[in-house]
Design a protein around this ligand. Sequence first.
Ligand code: PLP
Length: 437
Amino acid sequence: MATVPTNGANEDYRLVLPQSRVPTHWYNIQADLPVAPAPVLHPGTHQPVGPADLSVLFPMECILQEVSQEKYVAIPDEVRDIYRLWRPTPLVRAVRLEKALDTPAHIYYKSEVGSPSGSHKLNTALAQAYYNKKEGIDSISTETGAGQWGSALSIAGDIFKIAIDVFMVKVSYQHKPYRRSLMQTYGACVTPSPSERTNAGRAILAKNPNSTGSLGIAISEAVEVAAMSGGKTKYSLGSVLNHVLLHQTVIGQEALDAMEEIGEYPDVVIGCVGGGSNFAGLAFPFLGAYTYDFGDTAGMTPLVKMHTLGHDFEPAAIHAGGLRYHGMAPLISLLVDSGHITARAFQQNTCFEAGILFARTEATIPAPESTHAIRAAIDEALDAKAKGEKRVILFNLSGHGHFDMAAYDAYLAGQLVDGEFSAEQLTESLKTVPQLA
Ligand SMILES: *Cc1c(COP(=O)(O)O)cnc(C)c1O
């Protein structure tokens, strides 16, 4: 691989490992955490939930992965075989972006844009559909906001012959007709939410017939369909949960493998964060690699050791408009608390500016979510330039933006408004958090 920005000659700047190097296992960071994660609580009793509580919604294999302490979980052959359709994904050195920034930093990105659904989400969709099918389930309900998750699960449902029932937030259903047709092309049933199909939807429509929906409402509808199905339909979530993060670790393991082949190691690993899955997928295996390398050093936990070595993990929080999930993955929250990951927030205009620079240098139009990671990577590269130091930067290009051109339109027309989020608003919204004894 090029060690200096290339002049366009014959130096490689893109590495695609052979299909045989698709990981055989997912990496489970729960085996390496500095402290045990807090239990998930039942919404009614506030007591820790057991497998039986969750089995209404999820297949047993996913529930077991949710609490598994095994460091490596074997990827079923059936799932790995489909991964090979587009994995391993390329590790690309952004030589043209480096040149445009005139930075001594080396910027690498792991490109998940080439999956059939256009983002990383298919990595977990396939696994979840497979486990459901194996347990005799024939249909899965879910929600989708912008459409990336619904698209991925629709493809997985088609492959493993499971009916996919998607509640799509009504405003997205209306504004993103091609996302809807993409899901329908794979045979999914797509319902604008709120709908008349569920008690939750009917209650909202009774109050406000013109409701354009929200992710929260769509989740309620999808969960209700599963809960009322008498065991026929399960529910599926595209981020946040431990087993979802687990399935995404193919990204980081491939990145580790490819970086080793190139002979570089990142000083900083970056991902945008909605619920946390693409960031965790890239970053967790790097945290784990340190454990593996230095785990035998006495007196310090591996993760603390890793922090001492000065590696920052910096997810950029995505703007409210691009948020699909209420919460952050517990595993990421825990690692932020313990100082192994740091969070950064950016306004969307500065992210679109970064996204357009990326499109005009590296040619791929990034998903709006991914522009937050690009913004952070560019800031790192400019900081390295200001300090005159070489820095190796790795970020996750979680998806392409081909279905998000309305957002680019708005940016190009100067019509994107940066949001404000005040301390008062935060205090206000925290009041809705349940009080625990
Ligand atoms: C869903 C999505 C995200 C945010 O979700 P995470 O679980 O945080 O990864 C980011 N980028 C793209 C392209 C997405 O589709």
